[in-house]
Write a protein that binds this ligand. Structure first.
Ligand code: NAD
Length: 476
């Protein structure tokens, strides 16, 4: 049945989106120098949600100046005082989580059950977790006198707008840094709502500054001489550019980049459980996840059985209105991203892989891509090598654990992997050989603020989360 985009009015009503938003600098919302703006859309309907200030190099400079000024006092506060602000922010995020979940779903296109049950609880958890560190820095073995770095310039992507913000801002603030954060151009709204939460929490002016804009705004931030640390999450191509910009300066750098995660299923894995893990691994957030399990490596003897079960399960997924709590597959975030996914999926067919999607009708407006599975994939195919960042699974087979490891590691990326087997010894042996920053055992896409996250190879360097995530914002 064709889908008509008609968000339930009562759910839409919990969030009040203003027709325009300014930059958040030194505790105030203000217009961009020059007054430039850009529009942010609901990708499920192409409806304009709001107009947002487009920050220039001059705005970045103002924000960095405000952050620098705020740093003196913020870094001198006892950790227990900084903790109070972070706890307050965490609690306000919880109190406003319904509003923020709807907002994030509208601006990003992801299903409400994900923003409600995953993004928002994890955002609050990050602030609670790092609040707990703020008054313990002197006693945590970082050295005799761990100091904050100064002003952090942080650039984030659109796939988990508020969660990536939390990964960046919570540890930075706990460690005594101040920040200037640049959200992605297609999802600026939740960061601006977060600015409002900072005000609500009474956070001193200038400690958090949000400069919305595009890649040029991000580039101006990264290049600014007044920042001491660059934290970037986004594509490998942009990460490389940033590394070149920062090279030779005394700025500290962490990069969280792309991935091509392998989900490895052995013949003894419980099929139904593995199928759930595969679906979660590649269709969560429409596959627009850096650590997505986008390559499925199946032991040859169970290939047919597993594929049949996977196809049955995919036929039950519901694609449509992201605000409907029963929706499993929401919209793709932008027309550009949809074009990128389409191009790569078409290359899979052109290169000889076999394409399959459950029958589903796509809505006539907005950006949509049906869940897609490619079998008969070889390691030479582009869909086996390049990050698609969409709901497209490439299936390869293997015979032995050694072959599984070799295929999993045959990638420019090294961010995530999953292993499905009942044999503990095999689990440990395979996990230890995988060149991936995170390896999940009989599960996928599990996150915890206490657990460090980050990549090997072209997936970047540095870790976010846990004690390591804090260390990245300290001079020790
Ligand atoms: P992107 O690199 O195009 O953009 C990311 C951010 O960088 C945006 O805010 C953008 O405006 C900004 N930007 C663009 N050009 C810039 C420049 N020259 N200098 C500074 N900033 C610049 O990536 P995207 O398309 O928004 O996000 C998708 C990518 O992010 C995927 O490759 C994905 O794997 C990666 N990602 C990685 C992680 C991780 O933790 N490793 C998490 C989420 C997303």
């Amino acid at each position: 049945m064709a889908f008509a985009y008609a968000p339930a009015p009562e759910s839409r009503a919990v969030v009040d989106i203003a027709p325009s938003y300014g930059l958040f600098i030194d505790g105030e919302f203000r217009e961009a120098a020059g007054g430039k703006v850009f529009k942010t859309l609901n990708p499920a309907s192409e409806e304009v949600l709001s107009e947002v200030a487009h920050g220039s190099a001059e705005d970045v400079d103002r924000a960095v100046t405000a952050a620098r000024k705020a740093f003196e006092k913020w870094s001198a506060l006892p950790g227990s005082e900084r903790a109070k602000y972070l706890f307050r922010i965490a609690r306000i995020v919880q109190e406003r989580s319904r509003e923020l979940a709807v907002l994030e779903t509208l601006d990003n296109g992801k299903p409400i059950k994900e923003t409600r049950d995953a993004d928002l609880p994890l955002v609050a958890a990050h602030f609670f977790y790092y609040a707990g560190w703020a008054d313990k820095l002197d006693h945590a073995g970082f050295g005799p006198n761990p100091r904050p770095l100064g002003v952090a310039g942080q650039v984030i992507p659109w796939n988990f707008p508020l969660l990536m913000l939390a990964w960046k801002i919570a540890p930075a603030l706990a460690a005594g840094n101040t920040v200037v954060l640049k959200p992605a151009e297609t999802t600026p709204l939740s960061a601006l709502f977060f600015a409002d939460i900072c005000r609500q929490a009474g956070l001193p002016k200038g400690v958090v500054n949000i400069v919305t804009g595009d890649g040029a705004t991000g580039a101006a931030l990264v290049a600014h001489e007044g920042i001491d640390k660059v934290a970037f999450t986004g594509s490998t191509a942009v990460g490389k550019q940033i590394a070149r910009t920062v090279a030779g300066s005394d700025k500290k750098l962490t990069l969280e980049l792309g991935g091509k995660g392998a989900n490895i299923v052995f013949d003894d894995a419980p099929v139904d459980q593995a199928v759930e893990g595969i679906v979660n691994g590649i269709f969560f957030n429409q596959g627009q996840v850096c650590c997505a399990g986008s390559r499925l490596l199946v032991q040859e003897s169970v290939h047919d059985e597993l594929m049949a079960a996977l196809r049955r399960r995919l036929s039950t997924l519901r694609l449509g209105d992201p605000l409907d709590k029963n929706t499993d597959i929401g919209a793709i975030n932008s027309a550009e991203q949809l074009a990128r996914i389409t191009e790569l999926a078409d290359s899979g067919e052109a290169e000889g892989a076999e394409r399959w999607s459950p029958s589903c009708e796509l809505p006539s407006s907005g950006y949509w891509f049906a869940p897609t599975v490619f079998t008969n994939v070889t390691q030479a195919h582009r869909i086996a090598r390049e990050e698609i960042f969409g709901p497209v699974l490439s299936v390869l087979t293997f015979r032995t654990p050694g072959e599984a490891v070799a295929k999993a590691n045959n990638s420019q990326y090294g961010l995530s992997a999953g292993i499905w087997t009942e044999k503990g010894s095999r689990m440990l042996a395979v996990a230890s050989k995988l060149r991936a920053g995170v390896v999940w055992a009989n599960t996928f896409n599990k996150f915890d603020p206490a657990s460090p996250f980050g990549g090997f190879k072209e997936s970047g360097f540095g870790r976010e989360g846990g004690r390591h995530g804090l260390e990245a914002y300290l001079d020790v």
